[in-house]
Design a protein around this ligand. Structure first.
Ligand code: ZN
Ligand code: ZN
Length: 72
């Protein structure tokens, strides 16, 4: 059984608001794209999650969120 991230695969659009200016945050993609597979972020306890970076194009705020993977 494979697990996929619904956000990475376009099944789910992340919609969150910037707590600073109220703009809609943009999905910057999976954290794996930034840090690579061997970084300390990729620990076993987040095996079933995909960490995404959301950022605000307006004020530069960014936040990491964990998205549970879907089984397919
Ligand atoms: Zn993802
Ligand atoms: Zn903002």
């Amino acid at each position: 059984m494979d697990r996929i991230c619904p956000a990475c695969n376009g099944l789910n659009v992340i919609e969150d608001q910037c707590p600073i200016c109220g703009e809609i945050l943009l999905d910057g993609g999976s954290l794996q794209n930034y840090v690579g597979p061997y970084s300390p972020y990729m620990e076993s306890d987040i095996e079933n999650q995909c960490i995404h970076i959301l950022y605000c194009a307006e004020c530069g705020y960014d936040v990491r969120i964990a998205i549970p993977l879907n089984s397919i």
